[in-house]
Design a protein around this ligand. Structure first.
Ligand code: ADP
Ligand code: MG
Length: 321
């Protein structure tokens, strides 16, 4: 298969066709019409085989996840996703693999009405770079930097399932078949919290998506907002499978191992009424409060202070710590 056949067969055929795309795949550059008066939110994420995913990963899941992590970044800005580009490095043009990869990617694209508008394709060790674009009204953009003393800290969904699933897959612990089935989807096909991010416009003072672990990512909010926080372990939402894991192995999966793709955000007292009226308010959990004193204080189940052994994923951190 030539590069052009590959592009025509797999990428030019896709379920979403948006009116704001004047030219998509097929020319030297895409021509796009951002809505007047809105900011363009732009993000990219790179997934490298052996670093971000296991080389034998199911290609459907990989296609889903490569797009999902980008939509999660847009969600954290309060942006509405619109377009994406796909940069693909493939060891070979394996039609079956590509069919499944595109299936996972385009199913998610359809769910959020995002159109693939271009990219590049090359031969080499498997890697996927996606760049996603979205819109947000200037005054409504959510940032990491707006948290204020007294704001409450929330997270969407539950934390830690992806980490527990990964440990099982790596052979570091054994889950029963049912337990693994309950958490595997959180690792393989995370749901980007796009609807939640957009609904938090005007309500949240700061937002981030949790990709490197709650402690690391909340840490970014604290640093950028120049504040501190207190978080209560017994308020951190976890699934039954993750809770059983925590009893045996401690809190790292939910606090520091990452891959959650939930949103962490802060809300001032006066916006809590509006927050609680959101249709998905039942899936939001208050885990603590912003404080003036810098640093993050974690309170354990007995009211004592908890010191994490490992605080979050960092590709360039020294391995010996
Ligand atoms: P050029 O050599 O001018 O950069 P290419 O031959 O790389 O163009 O790409 C031709 C068209 O196919 C362009 O519109 C490009 O955006 C698109 N394209 C190439 N690879 C991909 C891909 N992996 N996903 C989506 N579109 C792609
Ligand atoms: Mg090119």
């Amino acid at each position: 298969m030539t590069e052009f056949e590959l592009i025509r067969t797999f990428f030019a055929r896709q379920p979403v066709s948006r009116a704001d795309v004047a030219a998509g795949i097929g020319d030297d550059a895409a021509l796009l019409r951002p809505p007047a008066g809105q900011l363009l939110a732009v993000t990219s994420d790179l997934l490298v085989s052996g670093v971000h995913f296991l080389p034998d990963v199911e290609p459907r899941s990989l296609g889903h996840k490569a797009l999902a992590v980008n939509l999660s970044d847009l969600a954290a800005m309060g942006a509405e996703p619109a377009w994406f580009l796909l940069n693909l490095v493939l060891p070979e043009a394996d039609a079956q693999w590509l069919e499944r990869f595109c299936g996972g990617m385009f199913d998610l694209a359809r769910a959020y009405n995002v159109q693939l508008v271009g990219g590049d394709t090359s031969r080499g060790p498997l890697a996927i770079g996606i760049e996603a674009h979205g819109f947000v009204p200037e005054a409504a953009a959510l940032r990491r930097s707006g948290a204020k003393t007294g704001d409450r800290i929330y997270v969407t969904g539950t934390l830690g399932d992806a980490a527990v699933a990964l440990r099982h897959r790596l052979g570091k612990q054994r889950l029963s078949e049912d337990d693994f089935a309950a958490v595997a989807g959180r690792l393989d096909r995370p749901t980007p919290r796009v609807r939640e991010g957009m609904a938090l416009r005007g309500i949240a003072t700061s937002t981030i998506d949790i990709s490197d672990g709650l402690l690391a990512d909340l840490g970014h909010i604290l640093e950028m907002s120049r504040v501190g926080a207190r978080v209560f372990l017994d308020k951190i939402p976890v699934s039954p499978v993750c809770r059983a894991h925590i009893k045996k192995f401690g809190w790292e999966a939910a606090l520091a191992m990452g891959d959650d793709y939930e949103l962490c955000f802060t809300v001032p007292q006066q916006n809590i009424g509006a927050l609680e009226k959101l249709p998905f308010a039942g899936g939001l959990h208050c885990i603590g409060e912003i404080e003036a004193e810098l640093g993050l204080r974690i309170v354990d189940e007995t009211g004592g202070s908890y010191r994490p052994a490992f605080t979050g994923h960092d590709h360039f951190a020294e391995q010996t710590k």
